[in-house]
Design a binder for this molecule. Structure first.
Ligand SMILES: [Zn+2]
Length: 158
């Protein structure tokens, strides 16, 4: 049985909680015909799926402008580049033809423009660290609690 890594489940739940009733038409997790079988959406030998797609429309069916999704993608990137606990769960992020990863020192978690696609959703790939790590993602955009939002911003900015 394929299963999504714990970090992916937590992140998706946080996003669903923040934007209840959001558009999910471009959501996904397990590989379908849109994805190569070697992508992080394909289950590994133990059945773990290491990626999720989040529809970039956070409105209720009605297109809003994608601003929230751009902020979300950028805060994921900032978190990944931090040394906060659980940041090592993130492998790479793709959104609107920009990719960010920790693969190369020179471009360490910087947006790299290119022909990366993903114009309707944010793709998030997870490392094996995400399999069991259920910590919440401390992304300011994911909470409406003002105190927590402030704290998370302070942590993200180091
Ligand atoms: Zn994807």
């Amino acid at each position: 049985m394929a299963k999504l890594v714990a970090g992916g489940v937590v992140l998706r739940n946080q996003i669903n909680g923040r934007w209840a009733g959001r558009d999910k038409r471009s959501d996904g997790w397990i590989a379908d015909s849109n994805h190569s079988r070697t992508s992080d959406h394909a289950p590994d030998k133990d059945g773990w799926v290491h990626a999720i797609d989040i529809d970039e429309n956070m409105g209720k069916g009605k297109w809003r402008n994608g601003r929230a999704a751009r902020k979300l993608a950028d805060q994921l990137r900032l978190y990944a580049a931090s040394d906060l606990p659980g940041a090592d769960r993130l492998k790479y992020i793709v959104h609107e033809n920009k990719l960010a990863s920790g693969t190369y020192r020179r471009t360490w978690w910087k947006w790299r423009p290119g022909n990366w696609g993903h114009e309707y959703h944010i793709h998030v790939s997870f490392t094996s660290k995400a399999k069991k790590d259920e910590r919440v993602f401390p992304l300011p955009i994911l909470t409406k609690d003002r105190k927590l939002k402030k704290l998370w911003w302070e942590q993200l900015r180091g």
